[in-house]
Design a binder for this molecule. Structure first.
Ligand code: EAX
Length: 468
């Protein structure tokens, strides 16, 4: 009898320990409250991971920065002391500098624009940049458009911000930009903000409505201005080694769970944006909903020019531009070769002259698409600066249609020209037909078409330029 009881206890113990071994627990943290757009994201993620992995993975959720501020939790994920974090991109450039571009003020027109870019090829490419830094980025989510609050005065235009001491995120782009507004910037981790506002260490802060509501900033801030000066993305980061350890099927479960979390997160941001102003007014805040946005945009002109130098090129350099530069290198090297053969050796090589001509033709036609992609048609830019945003979209389409008509003609005509060139050989280099020279026209035209489509799908370059 005793023996059977002992065996039963041992069997139960064994079963329990094998169950425990089969379940892996991971931590995820946010800096806002559970009842927030971020809380809902990680709650859904935890539920979905558990459900999809049949309970083999359990996600422990931590709220209110209880494991540390956003920078600290990203650091912990990088080190592997914490598996996951859901964070705004505020401190992320300190780990993955390329992400800075998404924190440029007035970069995105609206939430739909931001979500489309983040969920599209640009966002996907950015996620891959995390890998070499020890992270697996599971996807983008959202904090929302940021607005300013303070305890001193109503802010309607940037002049009203002069001399206000405001807490900013630990983000180099925000800090540079807000100085441009005339703000005295004080970078600080989020968990310290409420107390800093309460004690008057800073006069104000800026955050999306979702955060202002969840953090109850209305208790310590009187004035809210709907400046919407910058879109604030959120990101799901996981320790890379922890992710790599998952089976292929579980990797997919984690990614899908994050996508579900993002859906819930964005829906909550939409809800907060719709109800937030009335809610905060009811709680006693003065809400300025007609700020002079154009003035805010204009105040950032010098800062934007600086940002454009930093970011513009990385996002516009395309395959055709690289190829055009390569052609320039070929042409100039052959130029040196020409000088040596002609004037030093006095044995000019005619073929190299022809290759120079060919590479120059290719350089020109491969270079034109980059001009298209950058919207470098001067007259269009001038128009862009004076028309309102809705008209800009119409202008985008009008320009695209007109350019497409022209490019299609070049494509058709260029191809015809190239085919005819098949029977013409080049003097001095008989083995090559002119087909290879004229082919630059239709190939350049094809790249132009890609550039035009690129401008329609992702007009952010234009947005950045015309924001000045
Ligand atoms: O992610 O630090 C901030 O102001 C963030 O917007 C906040 O932590 C929510």
């Amino acid at each position: 009898m005793k023996f059977t009881r002992l065996a039963a206890v041992m069997a139960a113990g064994l079963l329990a320990s094998s169950l425990a071994a089969a379940q892996t627990t991971m931590k995820i943290s946010i800096s806002t409250a559970q009842n927030s757009h971020q809380g809902v994201a990680i709650d859904v993620f935890a539920r979905e991971v558990e459900k999809r992995t049949g309970g083999r993975y359990k996600i422990q959720t931590f709220y209110n920065g209880s494991l540390g501020g956003e920078r600290e939790s990203i650091e912990a994920v990088q080190l592997g002391t914490q598996e996951l974090a859901f964070s705004s991109t505020g401190p992320v450039p300190n780990f993955v500098p390329e992400t800075k571009i998404f924190d440029v003020p007035f970069l995105f027109r609206d939430k739909a624009h931001a979500r489309a870019v983040l969920d599209g090829p640009i966002g996907a490419e950015m996620l891959t940049k995390f890998e070499s830094k020890g992270f697996k980025a599971l996807g983008w989510a959202e904090n929302g458009f940021r607005h300013m609050t303070n305890s001193k005065r109503d802010v309607k235009a940037p002049e009203d911000l002069k001399g206000l001491k405001m807490r900013t995120m630990e983000n180099p782009v925000h800090i540079a930009a807000y100085k441009g507004f005339g703000i005295i910037t004080t970078p600080m981790a989020f968990p310290e903000v409420f107390t800093a506002l309460q004690q008057g260490t800073v006069d104000g802060q800026e955050n999306p409505l979702s955060v202002i509501i969840a953090a109850k900033f209305d208790q310590v801030q009187k004035h809210l201005s709907l400046t919407g000066h910058v879109y604030s993305p959120c990101i799901w980061v996981m320790n890379k080694a922890a992710f790599d350890k998952l089976s292929a099927a579980d990797k997919k479960h984690f990614l899908d769970a994050a996508a579900e979390g993002t859906k819930a997160n964005r829906a909550r941001v939409d809800e907060d944006d719709a109800k937030g102003v009335a809610d905060l007014r009811a709680k006693g805040m003065t809400v300025i909903d007609n700020v002079d946005k154009a003035k805010f945009v204009a105040a950032l002109a010098p800062v934007n020019a600086e940002f454009e130098k930093q970011f513009g090129k990385a996002f516009t350099s395309s395959l055709s531009l690289v190829a055009a530069c390569a052609m320039l290198v070929v042409a100039s090297s052959l130029g040196v070769f020409q000088i040596v053969t002609r004037f030093v050796l006095e044995q000019p090589a005619e073929w190299s002259e022809i290759l120079i001509r060919l590479s120059l033709i290719w350089m020109v036609f491969l270079g034109i698409p980059t001009a298209f992609r950058q919207g470098a048609m001067v007259s269009v830019d001038v128009l862009y600066r004076v028309v309102p945003p809705v008209a800009r979209r119409v202008l985008d389409w009008a320009v695209a249609i007109a350019s497409l008509a022209l490019i299609l003609i070049i494509l058709w005509w260029g191809w015809d020209y190239a085919v005819r060139g098949k029977v013409q050989s080049m003097a001095g280099l008989e083995s090559i037909s002119m087909f290879w020279g004229y082919l630059a026209l239709p190939v350049g035209a094809l790249f132009c078409i890609l550039g035009i489509i690129g401008n329609l799908v992702d007009p952010q370059r234009h947005e950045l330029e015309t924001a000045q």
